[in-house]
Write a protein that binds this ligand. Structure first.
Ligand code: UD1
Ligand code: CA
Length: 462
């Protein structure tokens, strides 16, 4: 981009349409893709290239409200009636104050979320060779619904499906809906459009003609130009998105997948030597270090997993951090605010919430740790429970370094256990303990010789 920085680029995102074919109760630009919306991906791709203006119309308050929450410096123009893509660009040129000051104007659609920055760069490089406009095209396996690229001499025109004759319908090179124009050329041609066509719309595509100095640029991989018009294409977009991330992770980052087609990884922040097993779900906000193992069925959202950790099967982690070499699960849950120290070990059916667990501490089986500060080298037996909630407030449990907490122990918070304490199994602890102390809090056992047969008999006699 550095050699383009002298040229001012404007980006127009067409986002006014209703998206009827999608059959969702929201405007199409807000259709969900992973944990974002279609238009989020478009803005993310284009925001580094210039100033973005969205042409909004249908449910514009929702679209603009969403975009304003996520991005800064986005402009909007309102296309009150949706009279076609050409009309949308006319509306932009007439209503966005500085629209005519940019050297180049890129036009793209809110429903094509997978276009890459690389492609945008290629378009800019191409127009700098002197064309008036460049249109990104691809060869479609099934061209139905797309505008056909009709090449004539050096130039071309675009014929919409509805207006095409039988010969033109056979053409499989189609219009992606992504273009770059010299702004002067766009201004000269966009106001001469006619709506004398089968749709009765003003087509942006009619700005191209064989006589004009315009270039169709054929891209090999059609997937990034997928337009989302219905729910089949929405799921296809999700698949393509994950595929391109998996491809990057495997070829560039050195991340191993057991089966990328059954792994739901949306993060590109994963280190070399990490192995993702089947059915793992990793969201786009998660960062994973090197040589981590993520076993089958694990879900991780908005979390950090450091080098050498292992997350065993079916564990569920949100808004948490797992430090180097720690081991989680199988079937453990880290709820928001959990911070697991280096080399710590959480076993099966352990739930942790808003707690720090120190280095090399272990909570190996069937426990609930909530609102707790557990020190380093603490060993917590099976079936431990922090009673952190008294019905009104959440209270804290603190356990010092090197303490040993026996199995089936409850801590009634707020409570503070010192360092190197020892709590006997089966204790309900409701008083704080000083460093080095021992506590036992359970009913005393009585053993009556020979008495068992009374009870056993009762049962078998019935
Ligand atoms: C358009 C192209 C077609 C191309 C295809 C690629 C035209 C005439 N046709 O067809 O050549 O192959 O995209 O996906 O341009 N929109 C507005 N205002 C309007 C009409 C549409 O903002 O008045 C927006 C829509 O919200 C959408 C985008 O423009 O984001 C494209 O409109 P859509 O109706 O989906 O066009 P296609 O029929 O797909
Ligand atoms: Ca479309």
């Amino acid at each position: 981009m550095s050699d383009n920085s002298s040229k001012k680029v404007a980006i127009v995102v067409l986002a006014a349409g209703k998206g009827t074919r999608l059959k969702m109760d929201i405007p199409k630009p807000l259709a969900p893709l992973h944990e974002n919306t279609l238009v989020d991906y478009v803005i993310d791709t284009f925001k580094d290239f210039g100033d973005i203006t969205l042409v909004t119309g249908h449910q514009r308050e929702l679209v603009e409200g969403h975009v304003n929450e996520r991005f800064e410096n986005i402009n909007y123009v309102y296309q009150k009636e949706q009279l076609g893509t050409g009309h949308a660009v006319q509306t932009y040129l007439n209503n966005f104050d500085n629209s005519r000051e940019y050297d180049y104007t890129i036009v793209t659609c809110a429903d094509t979320p997978l276009i890459t920055k690389e492609t945008v760069n290629i378009l800019i490089e191409e127009i700098e060779k002197g064309s008036n406009a460049v249109c990104a095209t691809f060869t479609a396996e099934n061209p139905a619904g797309y505008g056909r690229i009709v090449r004539k001499g050096d130039g071309f025109q675009i014929v919409e499906e509805k207006d095409a004759n039988d010969d033109q319908r056979q053409i499989d090179e189609v219009n992606s809906g992504l273009y770059i124009f010299k702004t002067l050329y766009l201004m000269d041609h966009i106001f001469n459009l006619s709506d004398d066509n089968k749709s009765g719309e003003f087509y942006l595509t009619d700005t191209f003609s064989p006589e004009a100095n315009v270039t169709p640029l054929l891209f090999e991989d059609p997937r990034e130009f997928l337009g989302v018009n219905n729910l089949i294409q929405l799921s296809q977009a999700d698949i393509y998105l994950r595929r391109s991330i998996a491809r990057f992770l495997m070829l560039e980052a050195g991340v191993r997948f057991t089966d990328p087609s059954h792994t739901y990884c949306y993060s590109k922040n994963i280190g070399q030597g990490t192995h993702l097993f089947q059915n793992a779900f990793i969201d786009d906000k998660t960062v994973i270090g090197k040589n981590v193992i993520i076993e089958q069925g694990v879900t991780i959202k908005n979390s950090i997993i450091e080098d050498g950790a292992i997350i065993k099967a079916n564990s569920y982690i949100t808004d948490s951090k797992v430090s180097k070499g720690a081991s989680i699960g199988p079937m453990a849950q880290l709820r928001p605010g959990s911070n697991i120290g280096e080399g710590a070990k959480l076993g099966n059916f352990v739930e942790v919430k808003k707690s720090n667990i120190g280095k090399k501490s272990a909570v190996s089986h069937l426990s609930y740790v909530g609102d707790a500060e557990i020190g380093d080298g603490v060993n917590i037996g099976c079936g431990f429970i922090t009673c952190n909630y008294d019905g009104a407030n959440k209270n804290k449990t603190i356990i010092g370094d090197g303490s040993f907490i026996g199995s089936d122990t409850q801590m009634i918070a707020p409570i503070e256990i010192g360092k190197e304490c020892y709590v006997a199994s089966g204790s309900t602890i409701n008083k704080s303990m000083p460093d080095g102390s021992f506590a036992i809090a359970r009913g005393r056992q009585e053993t009556k010789e020979g008495m068992a047969k009374r009870f056993i008999k009762k049962k078998t006699d019935k």
